[in-house]
Design a protein around this ligand. Structure first.
Ligand code: TEU
Length: 542
């Protein structure tokens, strides 16, 4: 089994990482050219978001052929070279398996649309109920989750975009097809897999209206999900690789089962409850500041329970579906460095495998787009229309997108202060925030105190200190809701971590203990052990 506890994973959103051929879109060769940078960060694995053939309605999460490369990202030879060169540097590649759905341009779906019963059974087709949709379930991207096909007089289920048709995992042929895909990429030498929304694959036997919600309670962590995952992992022989499942609206009990080694499902999983603490009444498209007490409570519960029951978290605050955490939980105007480093310590010092999302290690911020024309993401443009239809003004709708759009995390990687932030010689597919002049890899490389160099230290500390990789965890009451405190404990060693989420000085009822400061985001030690400066973060080893 890979020692994934000592590992750090770096996530690459290929479209925005590095463009090697000047078409304004990142590509496989771009990743290969930047391998030395990744190596210098000390990371162990790179998760590359989907680069397979796709009409790109959802930027590659709508796969039309699992075995070929989207020409905009390169060729199969480019994939082989990337794997080979990464391997030489000791970096393992993880590919992204989008198995809950395929694009409606996949040949299976085309055959289904032609009425071939064998392929119709690859998807979830249902008859109308009283002349309308089979259920009232909502798509995650807005609107009803069923689309009508007049020629078949049936509806198909799409939990995401209407061009992403959900697969029928209850059909053993579908499961065999997907195993073949894994084997194909495994043979190419990848070292791990990320499974997209994999806890949504098992749908209920009976489809009925949800009177309480959008339908998710019927298909999240569905009836046969554990059985299907075990089968997939066993039959493809990926039990010893690094596998991470993306779990949408999941529960701790299920995540324990997904990740307990004895269950032989996955190495770790992503959950998202902690990234919904700024959703007003649970609505992503209604703004409020983050509820810090709720954030702490969720982290405490997920960290401690997973630890108690042998589960393992993938720890993260940023990815390609999320706004930048420094703009969300930090203060990107007044305390960019302090807050970016504080959030880094949160992610890298809790229990679990940390994930760095490209640009996070530079302190990259939200995009701050101000016009709808600047947005590219299907979810954002759909919801813009939905918000306007609800009667919200254009200005309000744009303010909501500016805080919540997935495009905030999808702007190009800021490599240097030159043209297009050094991302591309052509016109980038999406805009770049003006702050790339200050926030970029080139300048941060030269600055010992940069966010980038701070991430490097955190990545290497995980390898040196077993208390970080293997220790238990216990959250402490700091007496101040803006200051989180926890201890990592292994044998007779304790790492005490204090993190302030405030732009002011904050007093706590605990005292930061004496000991070796392993890492912190201020140069000087605090003079008063019960006072934290703005966004101060400190980890004491004793
Ligand atoms: O994301 C699944 C997912 O649950 C989020 O996209 C979420 O629905 C969204 O942020 C709505 O608020 C995965 C991928 O990471 C995402 O990029 C894909 O769009 C999606 O699956 C469909 O494949």
């Amino acid at each position: 089994m890979t020692d994934f506890k000592k590992s750090t994973v770096y996530q690459i959103y290929i479209k925005s990482f590095y463009d090697s051929d000047g078409d304004g879109i990142g590509d496989l060769n771009g990743i290969r050219l930047k391998l030395p940078y990744l190596k210098s960060l000390g990371i162990d694995y790179v998760w590359v978001t989907p680069f397979f053939r796709s009409p790109m309605n959802d930027n590659g999460y709508d796969v039309s052929d699992y075995y070929s490369v989207n020409p905009v990202f390169g060729t199969m030879e480019d994939v082989d070279r990337l794997i080979e060169e990464a391997d030489k540097l000791g970096i393992g590649l993880m590919f992204d398996m989008v198995f809950n759905h395929t694009s409606t341009e996949h040949e299976w779906f085309k055959k289904a649309l032609n009425g071939d019963p064998e392929y119709m059974d690859y998807y979830i087709f249902r008859d109308s109920v009283d002349g309308h949709e089979p259920t009232n379930w909502e798509s995650k991207f807005g609107g009803n989750a069923w689309k009508y096909v007049p020629s078949l007089d049936k509806w198909y289920l799409h939990l995401f975009d209407k061009t992403q048709a959900d697969l029928n995992w209850d059909n053993p042929k579908v499961r065999e097809e997907l195993k073949k895909v894994i084997r194909f990429w495994k043979e190419k030498g990848v070292k791990g897999f990320r499974f997209d929304v994999v806890n949504l694959i098992s749908k209920p036997e009976i489809f009925k209206d949800d009177s309480e919600g959008d339908g998710r309670r019927f298909y999240s962590d569905g009836p046969r999900v554990h059985e299907y995952l075990k089968e997939l992992v066993r039959d493809t022989g990926i039990g010893d690789m690094l596998t991470v499942g993306e779990m949408s609206s999941t529960t701790i009990d299920n995540c324990i089962r997904y990740t307990r080694p004895e269950d032989k499902e996955l190495s770790m999983c992503f959950s998202f409850h902690h990234l919904k603490v700024d959703y007003l009444n649970g609505d992503k498209w209604a703004l409020m500041p983050p509820d810090l007490s709720k954030l702490r409570e969720l982290l405490k519960t997920w960290q401690e329970e997973m630890a108690d029951k042998g589960g393992w978290n993938a720890v993260f605050t940023c990815n390609h579906d999320q706004p930048r955490s420094v703009s969300r939980f930090g203060d990107d105007r007044h305390y960019l460095r302090e807050s970016a480093k504080m959030l880094a310590m949160l992610t890298h010092l809790m229990r679990g495998t940390p994930y760095i999302y490209q640009g996070e290690e530079l302190g990259m911020t939200n995009a701050y787009f101000s016009s709808i024309e600047q947005y590219r993401d299907v979810e954002s443009t759909n919801y813009y229309d939905i918000l306007l239809k609800k009667g919200i003004t254009e200005k309000e709708a744009l303010d909501i997108l500016s805080a919540r759009s997935r495009d905030n995390g999808r702007t190009p990687m800021q490599w240097n202060d030159g043209k297009n932030a050094g991302f591309s010689k052509g016109e980038p597919w999406i805009g770049i925030p003006d702050n790339y002049k200050e926030i970029n890899a080139g300048s941060e490389e030269k600055d010992p105190d940069s966010v980038l160099n701070f991430y490097r230290r955190l990545v290497s500390l995980r390898k040196e200190y077993a208390v970080i990789s293997d220790g238990g965890i216990r959250f402490l009451e700091s007496g101040n809701e803006k200051v989180f405190a926890f201890e990592r404990i292994l044998d007779d060693k304790t790492l005490s971590v204090f993190l302030s989420f405030s732009s002011d000085n904050e007093k706590i009822s605990l005292k930061i203990p004496a000991g070796e400061i392993l890492i912190g985001n201020y140069d000087t030690a605090t003079e008063k052990p019960d006072l934290l400066r703005p966004f101060e973060a400190v980890a004491v080893y004793a």
